[in-house]
Design a protein around this ligand. Structure first.
Ligand code: SF4
Ligand code: SF4
Length: 484
């Protein structure tokens, strides 16, 4: 195993959660909601002193180009005034040559013209969570009253488009939509969206048949179905859209092949490239593990040390959805922070709150290393796997023990199917991007378990629009692959 690099501020991306896990919706598979249970107070709002300390500690020592990701819960609940103040604080600590970019992940339901103008003017990249058409989206993306949110989310999308905000679509794959790859992909393209992420909702629940063991949550996509999804979307994308549609996992693989850089931590060698900061200044290695065991620092408390002993035989907890969370029906307004409340807080800050700019030096390196190293705990199957450099056993959260023992990700079968099916064409694309001499593109590699659509120009010419689709779906060609 390569030695883990020591964490440096310039190496890491910050994810900031200004309202912790609070959200105005109640999506079935939200893995953030249970993290509220680690807090015993209802206040989930970042103070401006905490915000200023984050920037005071980070920006002066960060790289010339940094990306800050704003996450929730629903981060827009912090209010537009909070984000305006954030830009002011950023400008106070940013070096003149330093470029700070922002990304915001949102459910889109609280966006309005004012929000969109702010996001455009400040160059935010907005990720909008949309799980497909109304049937797919409303299956699990519900409000606190249990109603589907497709209409509100697509209104938010329209606003982003109308006001010229740079955005992409994050589509969470579940047990339903993962089984309709063409339909889902076609829906996104039909919206005119060509910057897409498909993220499998991998969560765990107690297995009643095996005491003490977990199983995949009922709404999680079965690994084999996820593998088929990747293969089928890849086939269409490669044949029709590879020059204009960005799909995050495909881009990540190409980056690795062309530049030897993996921008997608799940497929990278360790978990050392980001820090997540909760609303109260608690610093964690990743938002997938908001657990006291993995807390790395506490902004605003110089004497803080994590009291948990990482050298003992403690097991890494994994997220079990459904324990301890009660929907907060009060969270239906636009902003948690009122402007007056914010002004009061900010005035107090200007009058002399001490800013803890030294927190980044107190990030516990031993614990950071221990957190990152869990991804490197690989079984023999991974160590001898031909795709190891494109997977490294996947995300520890996707392993049954959460990375505590040597084991593969639950998605191993999916990755084996996908790489086996697509790699020849990935390699061909990579050589094109490296500007090497280019033979004709290779034909799809058939996989016994994967139904691949013959998407070649010849196949298009042979099949009539009203003929059965050659992919085997049973639909007319024009309603299936021929409609893409
Ligand atoms: S735990 Fe998973 S999501 Fe978090 S840094 Fe590691 S691979 Fe990435
Ligand atoms: S594809 Fe499977 S065996 Fe190969 S590195 Fe990934 S998890 Fe391990």
């Amino acid at each position: 195993m390569p030695e883990l690099p020591i964490l440096q501020p310039s190496d890491v991306t910050l994810m900031i959660k200004p309202v912790g896990a609070l959200c105005n919706l109640d999506c079935t598979y939200c893995y953030y909601l249970p993290t509220k249970s680690i807090y015993d107070v209802p206040e989930h709002r970042m103070k401006l002193a905490t915000l200023e300390a984050i920037f005071a500690g980070y920006l002066p020592r960060a790289a010339d180009q940094v990306m800050i990701c704003w996450q929730g819960g629903e981060p827009t609940l912090a209010g537009l005034d909070f984000f305006r103040r954030m830009i002011e604080v950023q400008e106070k600590y940013r070096r003149p040559t330093q470029r700070v970019s922002h990304a915001l992940q949102t459910n889109g339901t609280l966006l309005d013209k004012e929000w969109c103008d702010f996001l455009r003017q400040n160059g935010f990249l907005v990720g909008l969570s949309l799980d497909g058409g109304v049937g797919f989206h409303n299956e699990y993306r519900l409000d606190n009253a249990g109603h589907g949110t497709h209409e509100q989310v697509t209104q938010g999308l329209q606003l982003l488009r109308d006001r010229g905000v740079e955005h992409n679509i994050l589509c969470v794959l579940n047990d339903k939509n993962v089984r309709q790859p063409k339909q889902l992909y076609q829906y996104m393209l039909g919206l005119g969206e060509d910057w897409l992420q498909f993220i499998p909702a991998i969560e765990w629940e107690v297995d009643p048949a095996r005491p003490g063991k977990n199983r995949l949550a009922s709404y999680s996509p079965p690994p084999r179905a996820y593998g088929k999804f990747l293969c089928e979307v890849f086939d269409i994308w490669f044949e029709k859209h590879r020059d204009r549609v960005s799909i995050r996992i495909f881009d990540a693989v190409l980056n690795k092949l062309v530049h030897d850089q993996m921008p997608f931590c799940i497929l990278d060698g360790s978990c050392h490239t980001q820090m997540t900061i909760e609303h109260d200044g608690a610093v964690f290695g990743c938002d997938h593990f908001i657990e006291r065991r993995w807390q790395l620092a506490q902004i605003g408390e110089p004497a803080w040390r994590n009291p948990m002993d990482i050298s003992g035989d403690q097991r890494v907890g994994i997220t079990i959805h459904g324990d301890g969370y009660k929907p907060n029906s009060e969270l239906s307004g636009r902003d948690i922070f009122g402007a007056e409340d914010l002004q009061e807080r900010y005035t107090a800050l200007e009058l002399g709150d001490r800013i803890d700019a030294g927190w980044i030096d107190r990030v516990e390196r031993q614990r950071t290393g221990a957190f990152a190293a869990r991804k490197q705990r690989l079984p023999e199957k991974c160590l001898s796997c031909e795709w190891q450099r494109l997977c490294y056993g996947g995300c520890p959260k996707h392993r049954p023990s959460g990375g505590e023992v040597e084991e593969t990700t639950m998605l191993c079968e999916a990755y084996l199917m996908f790489y086996g099916h697509a790699m020849e064409r990935f390699e061909w694309l990579a050589s094109y991007l490296r500007r090497e001499e280019q033979p004709p593109p290779p034909a799809p590699t058939p996989q016994p378990a994967v139904r691949t659509a013959p998407m070649t120009a010849n196949a298009d010419a042979r099949v009539g629009r009203n003929d059965p689709c050659p992919c085997g779906s049973g639909k007319k060609y024009k309603k299936c692959c021929g409609g893409l």
